[in-house]
Write a protein that binds this ligand. Sequence first.
Ligand SMILES: NC(=O)c1ccc[n+]([C@@H]2O[C@H](COP(=O)([O-])OP(=O)(O)OC[C@H]3O[C@@H](n4cnc5c(N)ncnc54)[C@H](OP(=O)(O)O)[C@@H]3O)[C@@H](O)[C@H]2O)c1
Length: 188
Amino acid sequence: MKSNGWAMEVPFDNLRAIVAVDPGGVIGADGRIPWHFAEDLRHFRRLTVGHTVIMGRKTLQAIGRPLPERNNWVLSKTFPETSGLRVLRSLKNFLAALHAAADREKFWVMGGGEIYRQLLPWCVEVICTEIFTSHAGDTFWQMPNYFQRGDLLLRTDDFAIHTWHRSRPANGQKFSTHPCDSDLGCAV
Ligand SMILES: NC(=O)c1ccc[n+]([C@@H]2O[C@H](COP(=O)([O-])OP(=O)(O)OC[C@H]3O[C@@H](n4cnc5c(N)ncnc54)[C@H](OP(=O)(O)O)[C@@H]3O)[C@@H](O)[C@H]2O)c1
């Protein structure tokens, strides 16, 4: 485990999540993201180009192709091996691949809902776009209580983007989850 103080007590300090969420926690509807803000997409691109993006099979299929200028990893038990894509068959597979990767590489968990829920316990930071308008949806996000809002990166009329850092919950409050609570956790 890498340890730079409590906030970094997760096995990886190069794994981050990036998400856009509406006021009701909606992140998706019918396999799509129910809004379109070019400035948010540019921000997503700026952060992720040149690095590795990790997504679930449904998100990959919604996008329709691997994202250019990035290493694309997809979690799926069913998706066939495909050139230009690294297919990981289980969470354990994914964690082993991350463990084997060079420290200097950056990894971005980019959804969707199932993948965020499983990988957030290993993320050191979240970059979260809060969309100001509400949308109907069927896929939801909840920020775990071991992340606390940090810097404002960008604000427009439509959304604000903040960093969320891992931090110790106040007054002995229990965590939502933590890698050490998991069978695969801190020993990976
Ligand atoms: N607002 C945002 O920032 C944002 C970002 C990304 C996506 N989204 C939205 O989120 C929605 C999709 O999310 P979702 O939760 O339905 O699907 P998802 O997380 O994209 O993909 C789920 C699939 O991932 C695979 N998977 C999950 N856990 C796995 C594991 N432990 N091992 C191996 N494979 C695993 C399975 O594929 P197999 O069935 O093939 O095994 C599963 O069906 C869409 O509406 C999309 O537009 C929103």
